[in-house]
Design a protein around this ligand. Structure first.
Ligand code: NAD
Ligand code: IPM
Ligand code: MN
Length: 347
């Protein structure tokens, strides 16, 4: 398998390096070779190429089976003409990665949630965040006097991501909650109409509910166990998934895949470049390692994916742990412990 690796900025490279060591250990233990090539992307690529998504990186994508990306961005590039985050949106658009799959799980009951344990015990939901439409991609304007972003969705954009969510629900507990703001927004009125009229009739076996996004934020705190698959537009999904990651033990644990109709898929942890801890060697690499597990599963290396996930969970239960989880271990120590378990095949 060929993996295009975009290490990114801040804790991006720190966590990606460790995740690649786990991938290599999985390859040895399960008999596959991952050919990983790094490409410039993000803030570092602005520095080296004047472009967060340089031509050489773009040209490599069609040859890759998967793209593994570390977080990008940081204060150094916050005020520049061009930002790392623009490169990320261009990458998602280039890959037509319209479905961002964000599993939110209580990976082990030993994790500490800010919520009472009985509210999150066994938590297992997946947020499907629409990723190539909405406010992020609609017409924009910034003048000295006004700033404008436009939330625009087409029937096709809503339908394909909703179908992804319904198909996924069929493999799980058979429940979809569609989140919108249809009491105010036209884009949300269309969203709900498409979900009800064009998608749900094909899935009579899936239980569909709807929730306005403001009360969804409340419900996710008060009764997160009620949810199986959540599907929502780009910006709502961005916000709700950080909230959901927090209640399941922390943002340093939350992986994701960003998928279109064909390969390569894009694999990225949901957290950012964490400028407050970058360079200290203490970032939690678990989100990136679980992201590698998602990538391996999609590349049909299921045993390897299970082994990586099991090793990461074993480490969450028995340590070592980084400071965000109350431990004193470094990123490298956690990564080495997980890689060793994967190599031994006894996670
Ligand atoms: P952030 O996710 O980087 O950090 C929020 C908080 O979570 C910080 O306190 C940070 O230390 C902590 N945190 C995040 N990941 C962690 C990990 N693996 N281990 C331990 N602690 C972790 O969010 P932010 O501060 O709002 O954003 C910082 C930068 O990252 C911004 O430039 C933003 O645009 C960018 N960003 C990039 C991505 C991406 O590339 N996918 C995602 C989100 C944010
Ligand atoms: C994420 C991030 C990105 C987003 C930013 C960095 C553009 O927050 O992947 O969740 O908003 O999609
Ligand atoms: Mn985000």
């Amino acid at each position: 398998m060929k993996i295009a690796v975009l290490p990114g900025d801040g804790i991006g490279p720190e966590t990606t390096r460790v995740a690649l060591a786990v991938l290599a250990a999985a390859g040895e233990a399960h008999g596959f070779a991952a050919e990983c090539t790094e490409y410039p992307f993000g803030g570092n690529a602005i520095d080296s190429h004047g472009d967060p998504f340089p031509t050489e990186t773009r040209a490599a994508l069609p040859h890759a089976d998967a793209v593994l990306k570390g977080a990008v961005g940081g204060p150094k590039w916050d005020t520049g003409e061009i930002r790392p985050e623009q490169g990320l949106l261009a990458l998602r658009a280039e890959l037509k990665a319209f479905a961002n799959v964000r599993p939110i799980r209580m990976w082990t009951e030993k994790l500490v949630s800010p919520l009472r344990p009985e509210l999150v015990d066994g938590l297992d939901m997946i947020i499907i965040r629409e990723l190539t439409g909405g406010l992020y991609f609609g017409p924009k304007e910034l003048t000295a006097e006004t700033g404008m972003d436009t939330c625009r969705y087409s029937v096709e954009e809503v339908e394909r991501v909703a179908r992804y969510a319904f198909d996924l629900a069929r493999t799980r507990r058979g429940k979809v909650c569609s989140v919108d703001k249809q009491n105010v927004l036209s884009s949300s009125k269309l969203w709900r109409q498409v979900v009800i009229e064009r998608v749900a009739p094909d899935y009579p076996d899936v239980e569909l509910s709807h929730q306005l996004v403001d009360s969804m934020a409340m419900k996710l705190i008060e009764q997160p166990l009620a949810y199986d698959v959540i599907v929502t537009e780009n910006m709502f999904g961005d916000i709700l998934s950080d909230l959901a990651a927090s209640i399941s033990g922390g943002i340093g644990l939350a992986p994701s895949s960003s998928l279109g109709a064909s390969r390569p898929g894009l694999y990225e942890a949901i957290h950012g470049s964490a400028p407050d801890i970058a360079g200290k060697g203490i970032a939690n690499p678990t989100a990136m390692i679980l992201t590698v597990a998602m990538m391996l599963r999609d590349l049909d290396q299921r045993d390897a994916a299970d082994a990586v996930e099991a090793a990461a969970i074993h480490c969450l239960e028995h340590g070592p742990q980084t400071p965000d989880l109350g431990g004193t271990a470094t990123t490298d120590e956690v990564g080495a412990a997980i890689a060793a378990l994967v190599a031994k095949g006894n996670a």
